[in-house]
Ligand binder design. Structure first.
Ligand code: PBG
Length: 336
């Protein structure tokens, strides 16, 4: 039985002709995702064992030894870069996060170990004080308020020790004003002119970071509008402000920018990419990862499909690359 021939003034387009076969869907796909689009965030700690992170299925805090195995896996899978997040012992935390600037801290030792074995793998280090401060803020408190300029002094030191340890990219996630320019200037003054800056330019004050704070063991942000992360991270209500943030960071010397979180902010991602055309990355954050896994564990979502669909959505919206905890699993699938 054939479809009835509908006669009318115009032959209408049969969009479904192209969708009918695998080969023509393949040929007409507008967006391609590959392992080369992924950045793999990894949590490390200064222990010899690995520890499951309860809220993030399949993700662990790992030892430097295990990190080396994951780095090897990244290289084998064609994942271009990993990003390191340290979980520091409470005994190393203080009010000012001074451990961040210690050239022998966990992150620096991890960078050195990975670079020595896998020099071709990109390494990204987070620049922010939250893993190191006893209060869990990304910056230094002066009279209970995160001081912009005092914080920047420490961020500069942190970025320098990370770059000296051999990391390829420093990624300031602290949202202090003027830090990109300050870090660029300081790196250049140290002769570290080839260290890239991937700035978290549009980072929102999001509840989707919940599981991450557990993973690195940083204190939860307070809800208070003056003292909490809302005093430096962006208000989810804003979009034009994101463009201004990005413009400033590019002006100050950022090589690339990040929009974070991912799925609730695809509109921002698209505007940023369309407006500036610079390398633009998006971070599928811990809460997004946890959410998809939790629903899948209940049998309510097909994890493979929602994982790929969410990543594809971000690529389609304009991401040049995606930070995601799904990186190794997605890369394996993409490599077929
Ligand atoms: C903090 C930082 C956060 C994340 C990356 N860097 C959390 C925060 O701002 O509280 C979140 C990542 C995630 O949720 O996956 N410097």
């Amino acid at each position: 039985m054939t479809d009835k021939i509908i006669t009318g003034k115009f032959p209408f387009a049969r969009m479904r002709r192209t969708r009918r076969h695998d080969w023509s869907r393949e040929l007409s796909a507008e967006t391609r995702l590959s392992a080369a689009d992924l950045i793999w965030p990894i949590f490390i700690h200064d222990e010899s064992h690995d520890m499951d992170i309860e809220s993030m299925t399949g993700v662990q805090r790992v030892s430097i030894n295990t990190l080396l195995k994951l780095a090897e896996q990244a290289v084998a899978l064609g994942i271009p870069a990993i990003a390191l997040f340290p979980s520091e012992d409470d005994s190393l935390k203080d009010e000012n996060g001074t451990q961040a600037a210690n050239p022998e801290n966990l992150v620096c030792r991890a960078v050195q170990a990975v670079k020595q074995r896998f020099p071709e793998l990109g390494i990204i280090c987070d620049v922010a004080l939250d893993p190191y401060t006893s209060h869990g803020q990304d910056g230094i408190l002066v009279d209970g308020y995160v001081s912009n300029d005092v914080t920047i002094e420490m961020l500069i030191k942190q970025a320098i020790v990370q770059a000296q340890a051999g990391c390829d990219v420093v990624a300031p996630s602290d949202m202090m004003d003027g830090r990109v320019g300050a870090i660029r200037g300081a790196l250049d003054a140290e002769g570290l002119v080839d260290t890239q800056i991937m700035s978290y330019a549009a980072k929102y004050n999001s509840a989707f970071y919940g599981p991450f704070r557990g993973a690195v063991g940083s204190a939860p942000s307070t809800v208070s509008r003056s003292g909490g992360k809302a005093s430096y991270q962006m208000d989810p209500a804003n979009s034009n402000e994101a463009l201004r943030e990005v413009a400033m960071d590019i002006e100050e010397g950022a090589d690339s920018v990040i929009v974070k979180p991912g799925l609730p902010y695809l509109d921002i991602l698209q505007r940023v990419k369309d407006t500036f055309g610079v390398p633009t990355y998006v971070y599928q954050v811990s809460g997004e990862y946890a959410m998809l896994n939790a629903a899948a564990e209940k049998g309510w979502l097909d994890l493979d499909r929602v994982m790929m669909e969410s990543l594809m959505g971000m690529k389609r919206a304009g991401a040049d690359g995606i930070w995601t905890y799904f990186a190794p699993v997605a890369a394996e699938k993409l490599n077929g």
